[in-house]
Design a binder for this molecule. Sequence first.
Ligand code: ADP
Length: 572
Amino acid sequence: MNLTRRLLLGATVVIVAMVAAIVLIAGRRLRDHLRAETVQDLTRSARIVAVLWRAGQNPDSLADAAGAALDRRVTLIRGDGQVLGDSRFTPRELLGLENHSRRPEVMAARDSGMGEASRTSASEGDDELYVAVRHPLGFVRVAISLDTLNGVVNAAQRDVLAAGLVGLLGALLLAALFARGVSRPVVELRDVARAVADGDLTRRPHLNAPGEIGDLSAAVHRMTEQLAGRLAALQAEEDLMHATIEALDEGIVVADARNQVVRLNQSARRMLAAPDPVPFPADRLPPVRALREALRGALGGASADAAEVELEGRILLLVARPLPGGGAVLALQDLTARRRLENVRREFVANASHELKTPLTVVSGFAETLTDPDLTPDDRRRFSAMIRSNAQRMQRIVDDLLDLSRYESGGWKPEPRPVDLRQTAAEVLGNLDRAAGEKGLTLARELPGDAAVVRADPVALRQILANLAENAVRYTPAGTVTLFAAREGAGVRVGVRDTGIGIAPEHLDRIFERFYRVDPARSREGGGTGLGLAIVKHLAEAHGGSVRAESRVGAGSTISVWLPDDAVAAVE
Ligand code: ADP
């Protein structure tokens, strides 16, 4: 039942009880009062009749006359109780009336001069009020029907009841207004409190309710404001923390004391391949022993030393720490790339050392031999030449290594500008004229007008073409080496085509790796360092371009780079 109804019901019960009490109490008092008045009135009438009653007079006629005059029933009773006259009965009927000496009012009058009684009349059959006074000749009794008295009382009670009902209606109306006045703000407060409890902090109660409800309303208003403020601050803090954790390259996993993962950043999801939304049981993390043990230990309050874990081909460094309030945090660092880089570096150092070792051995060996005073001038010349050629080879390797490290250091950026390919081709091929001539190779160029100018760093472009052309001459025993350019998409493809030994398919993808050679001996013999194509690839990619190698064993190779027209945009 809502508040308005309860208030109304309470008011109704109170008012009904009050009206009932008024009706009952007022009715009784009125009745008592009226009866006392009537008794007095009847006493006076009886005394008047007593004054008129004389001996020798016809008592019945007196009773009739007095009864008619007083509009009351008048009875004259002899001292022994015999009824001598009665205004309601004829003289004949009087004879049939019983002796009245035992009537209570008569007995009281005999004792004290006056008596009263009310009862159902034996002779009349209705309720009557009797008053009797003593008289020398007997008793004078005057009676009135109680119906009259009751009628007055009932009418009065009806009036009180009617007034009570009108009062009740009025009171109910007021109570209803009051109840609504009280309940409306209370109901509103309830709704606001519910909404706030459900998380809607935009709801506020109206502040115009009167009295204590108004105070309550203002307090709820203030409370909601504060709550909203604190929640907003908390949310901002949470957002900041979320953004911070998400920004980390490290994977972060937080588990609570019940072994549930409650927070997991994007890096951790990627490393652990855990797609579930949090929270989820920590058992659903990958079943790697070190991971489980670290988590279990941290949940038990122990910090574990950093451990390396291998997970689906990744190497992860794992650190677990207990949280102060129970629970644990795991930090995961992906070492895969670093380890790969370390491997590449190690391999590179090994390769470079190996490359330099052979010529160094040769140089030091021949240098020692040269100290022999018995050497013939011819041998001396031959050995000096060997020393020189190996020193040159080392020089080339060191130069290429320096170039590569310069390009890869990140400090170098191409400075693209329009370069005339015809001029670059002339320079590059010009430098190879002698070597090609010695092998009887033809050097050709195919530079159509629309591809004669490319946007590239001039020095880098010259190095690309020189490396490709040198390779072509080196690996082509006979035939033609052609430097070509052609438009392709939003750029130009430039490269060198030869009719040489070709490259088997299984090597094609790898020839751009540092120190990768299909045939190391042949490469060294021709003065190759194994770094030329690695440099080409790096330079092309620095321009936003790419490399391509096509070849058929025995038929020749075409190795080219594609450079975009907007090389500046691509590198910036
Ligand atoms: P190198 O200095 O040994 O030539 P590169 O990096 O320039 O090193 O080339 C890598 C390897 O690719 C070479 O050793 C060779 O085996 C192969 N290669 C490159 N260009 C050609 C070509 N035009 N024809 C055949 N093989 C080639």
